[in-house]
Design a protein around this ligand. Structure first.
Ligand code: FES
Length: 171
């Protein structure tokens, strides 16, 4: 896959806007990812950023893979993120995860318990992710749907949220 001139131009603008500042690489990657319609950083764009910033590609990859906010795969139109922290886990977040997998027809991933989940439906409508903690443990179990936080979530409420997203899609 080759980069469009628009993608290259945008990356150059992001580099010019942040170069030299503290956390420059993070800001550049964040901006470029946000600009992409599928909210991810392709191998090609990372390579391009490496060339333009003179930052070694390996260093860029280590940043992009370290921070949970960066995606190296195309993301869905909607993102549903389930907390798997201790408080949420003990209040049933695993059932919420399984319920969503069933509803979205996503396969069970082989997990070792520590790995975060990141799955996208083949039609790229939904991405299902997990986080270690939202910092809202008193509201456990916590689910985030397109950046909106929902506390005390249960399977029925989650199903309703999904139905709502489906309705919006049909409009
Ligand atoms: S453990 Fe889920 S918000 Fe903290």
């Amino acid at each position: 896959m080759t980069l469009s001139s628009e993608e290259r131009n945008f990356a150059e603008q992001a580099i010019a806007a942040h170069s030299g500042g503290p956390g420059a690489l993070l800001s550049i990657l964040e901006r470029v990812q946000e600009h992409h319609p599928h909210k991810y950083l392709s191998a090609e764009i990372l390579q391009y950023i490496a060339e333009k910033t003179q930052i070694p590609l390996a260093q860029i990859y280590s940043v992009a893979t370290f921070y949970a906010l960066f995606n190296l795969e195309p993301q869905g139109e909607h993102t549903i993120c389930i907390c798997r922290g201790t408080a949420c886990h003990t209040r049933g977040s695993r059932n919420l995860l399984e319920r969503l997998r069933l509803e979205l027809n996503l396969p069970e991933e082989t997990e070792d318990g520590a790995n975060k989940v990141s799955q996208t439906t083949p039609d790229r409508q939904y991405s299902l992710r997990t986080v270690a903690c939202f910092g809202q443990c008193a509201l456990a179990p916590v689910v985030e749907v397109d950046h909106a936080i929902f506390g005390h979530m249960n399977e029925q409420a989650l199903h309703r949220e999904l139905e709502q997203l489906e309705k919006e899609r049909e409009l």
